[in-house]
Design a protein around this ligand. Structure first.
Ligand SMILES: Cc1cc2nc3c(=O)[nH]c(=O)nc-3n(C[C@H](O)[C@H](O)[C@H](O)COP(=O)(O)OP(=O)(O)OC[C@H]3O[C@@H](n4cnc5c(N)ncnc54)[C@H](O)[C@@H]3O)c2cc1C
Length: 431
């Protein structure tokens, strides 16, 4: 069967925020391109997030430079508003996005430049390929998950609201932004909740009248280029829910949530927890207080007239679950019917069959420029800095990647013009 073959200079795979940002920068530079998206624009925000999720950062911050949210800038956009925002953004510059097209396989051409891209909509021949397929693609549930079929187990990616869960108590494993927000929603819905808390950072939602996104910005922390050694698996616990509030595990425990340490193993209907709860909470507090200290120092150094907030340093008394952490929990006795694994995601590049990956499957790149010439990545955590996987951060990374593609196109254009000049004119008969 003859397949349709389309030639295009640059193909972007995925039309989440990273793909939209990429398309904007490529358009600005006049680079012919197409974005292919297997579902809809910003699909992850529509169907891959729970119903009540709002952005972690305020609307003035969690956006692209070229468009504001149509809402209170200090408010937190709901997940559908975020998806609508990216659709509107793409319309704004008439982004060449084709939805409902899955990229199935990319291979490097042999003996000539570029790549052959097999899709559900025919074949594309491209010079440059940008993977914008997301930092959080495949939900990861650790191997320790019990096989007991009476337990309802889901990943946080498949949690939408408390009503979808069977009656009974819930164990939420993982206390990053997803885990802690889901646990809090369940507690407020009247569920008994156990929350397994690992190492985490927990910035104050706001301090001295400024959101933490602002503090991280002025302190240069969004622009940190490398993860601090040993902090690679430290998650960040923040929440924009109900107008935004600081995640304070000790207060959640006071409100009735049972905090436990890292979940270690399941056996004979029981789950055991590491005895690291207090250490994890203490280190989270240290991280919180360090940001307050840095903010105070910044305010003083720059003569900022911001209201003092001594109550931010108050600590509530420890609830019983912190004073004497559980070592094991009998799931049946505790009435636990559901486990929610808020344990993160991995990436799937099985479709990208090029030499661009480390042995552990992670993309090999420098600021998004892959070791396989012509392949680029955007939207990955720490692609260039701490903000890289977040809304506003990906826009800046996409700009750099588009510039790199433009540079390569210039070299190519030079080569083509020189080659044409050097080609001897064909001999004419009777010359
Ligand atoms: C629960 C949660 C809350 C978050 N909240 C915030 C927040 O408040 N603020 C913030 O800045 N960041 C937040 N993030 C982080 C980040 O902004 C989001 O993960 C965002 O969706 C990443 O955008 P992206 O475009 O890089 O990837 P995605 O949104 O995942 O988009 C990738 C797209 O690629 C498509 N795709 C994948 N493979 C193929 C293929 N082979 N062919 C065609 N299409 C393909 C997918 O369908 C998808 O639409 C959050 C993340 C999570 C998980």
């Amino acid at each position: 069967m003859n397949q349709q073959i389309t030639e295009i200079d640059t193909l972007v795979v995925g039309a989440g925020q990273a793909g939209v940002a990429m398309s904007e920068h490529l358009s600005r530079l006049g680079i012919p391109h197409l974005v292919l998206e297997r579902h809809r624009i910003a699909e992850a925000w529509r169907s891959g997030r729970w119903d009540s999720l709002v952005a972690n950062g305020p609307a003035w911050h969690d956006r692209f430079p070229g468009l504001e949210f149509d809402m209170d800038p200090d408010g937190f956009a709901g997940k559908e508003q975020v998806a609508d925002y990216f659709e509107a953004y793409a319309r704004k510059f008439d982004a060449p996005i084709k939805t409902g097209v899955e990229v199935k396989r990319v291979t490097r051409n042999v003996g000539r430049a570029g790549f052959t891209v097999e899709t559900s909509d025919g074949i594309y021949c491209v010079n440059h390929l940008v993977s914008a397929t997301g930092p959080f693609q495949k939900p990861v549930i650790p191997a320790i998950a019990p096989t007991d079929s009476t337990l309802h187990q889901i990943h946080s990616a498949h949690y939408f609201n408390p009503e979808q869960l069977p009656e009974g108590a819930v164990l939420v494993v993982g206390a990053g932004s997803s885990g802690v927000q889901i646990a809090e929603e369940l507690l407020r819905a009247g569920r008994k909740v156990y929350l397994s808390v690992g190492p985490h950072d927990r910035p104050p939602r706001a301090y001295r009248g400024r959101d933490f996104c602002w503090w991280l910005g002025v302190l240069g922390l969004w622009d940190s280029e490398t993860v601090q050694a040993g902090r690679e698996h430290v998650t960040i616990a923040v929440s924009g829910a109900r107008g935004g509030h600081t995640v304070d595990f000790r207060r959640l425990a006071q409100a009735g949530m049972v905090l436990v340490g890292l979940t270690e193993r399941f056996a004979d209907g029981k789950v055991s927890f590491a005895q690291d709860l207090n250490e994890n909470l203490d280190r989270g507090d240290e991280n919180y207080l360090a940001l307050l200290d840095a903010a105070d120092a910044y305010a003083e150094r720059n003569g900022l007239d911001l209201p003092l907030e001594p109550t931010a340093r108050e600590r509530v008394a420890n609830a019983a679950c912190i004073a004497q952490p559980l070592q094991t929990l009998d799931l049946t006795e505790a009435g636990v019917s559901t486990i929610i694994w808020a344990t993160g995601y991995s990436q799937d590049y099985s479709w990208l069959q090029v030499d661009a990956f480390h042995a552990n499957g992670k993309p090999r790149h420098q600021r998004g420029v892959s070791s396989e010439q012509g392949v680029y990545f955007v939207g990955l955590p720490w692609l260039s800095r701490r903000g890289s996987a977040f809304i506003w951060g990906v826009w800046h990374d996409a700009k750099h990647v588009a510039d790199q593609i433009a540079t390569q196109r210039k070299y190519r254009a030079y080569d083509e013009s020189r080659s044409a000049a050097q080609t001897p004119a064909p001999l004419r008969a009777n010359a």
